[in-house]
Design a protein around this ligand. Structure first.
Ligand code: ADP
Length: 242
């Protein structure tokens, strides 16, 4: 069953720039999909439209049964409940501990403290950071901060986890730790769509890989078929070669 259906999607920004042309794409429940391509090819635009940060100019986008392209502003929360988002720069609150950063995402729902505690500890355990619950972001490595951000993103059990260059600020070792966590979350059933420049990671993970070029899908590589060597020869840099 498809979790995401994008049909004939076009995005033209107010400035007149066309970021995506006639893009159609289906992603099934439980898939792990990379989105790659040179800077400016439309990767961010594509994922921003999935959580309605941007609206398409034409075409339809359906996420988990919600027609995103027609969604009224006051109903956007219904979509956002189904989606967790992880950014390159973590976006943790510096004055809150790891525990508080994760629990914060639950507190708005007014759950009892005991339930908030159990869920938060479980999420921190899943990302391997139960022992760092009391640490502040400034006391954590980049990889640890990103894992706190992942725990926060999955605390409400979203169907879809969107990751925008989650390893962009991390060295290869920390990147692998983050990817291990994402792979585990995916194996537990969460669909993952991840934008990345890190070709080494894409090669290692062997997932479906959607290659964009100037607003179009250049190639949709099925699981296990992506060859980084072809991609690198086009002059696109990865984090490790940059
Ligand atoms: P990528 O994530 O692959 O680097 P983007 O989706 O950010 O690509 O950008 C695709 C194109 O749309 C680029 O030409 C970019 O300059 C343009 N663009 C992105 N965001 C905006 C915006 N808010 N307003 C106008 N143009 C934008």
């Amino acid at each position: 069953m498809d979790l995401i259906r994008m049909k004939n999607v076009k995005k033209v920004y107010k400035t007149g720039t066309t970021a995506l042309y006639d893009l159609s794409l289906n992603i099934e429940k439980g898939e792990f999909v990379f989105v790659i391509g040179p800077t400016g090819c439309g990767k961010s635009t594509l994922i921003k439209m999935l959580y309605r940060e941007e609206k398409p100019t034409e075409g339809s986008i359906n996420v988990g049964g919600i027609e995103v392209s027609k969604l009224k502003n006051r109903k956007v929360f219904k979509l956002r409940r189904k989606i967790g988002v992880v950014f390159q720069d973590y976006k943790l609150l510096p004055k809150l501990t790891a525990y508080e950063n994760v629990a914060f995402a639950l507190e708005i729902f007014g759950l009892p403290q005991s339930e908030i505690f159990d869920k938060t500890i479980k999420a921190l355990e899943l990302v391997g950071l139960k022992g760092k619950a009391k640490s502040y972001p400034s006391e954590l490595s980049g990889g640890e901060q990103q894992r706190v951000a992942i725990a926060r993103a999955i605390i409400n059990s979203p169907k879809l986890l969107i990751c925008d260059e989650p390893t962009g600020n991390l060295d290869p070792e920390m990147s692998r730790e983050v990817m291990k966590v994402l792979d585990e979350i995916n194996k537990m059933g969460t669909t993952i769509v991840m934008v990345t420049h890190d070709i080494t990671i894409v090669e290692e993970m062997k997932k479906r890989t959607i290659e964009l070029d100037t607003g179009r899908i250049l190639k949709d590589h099925p699981v296990g078929t992506f060859k980084g060597v072809n991609f690198r020869s086009k002059g696109v840099t990865s984090n490790e070669s940059a």
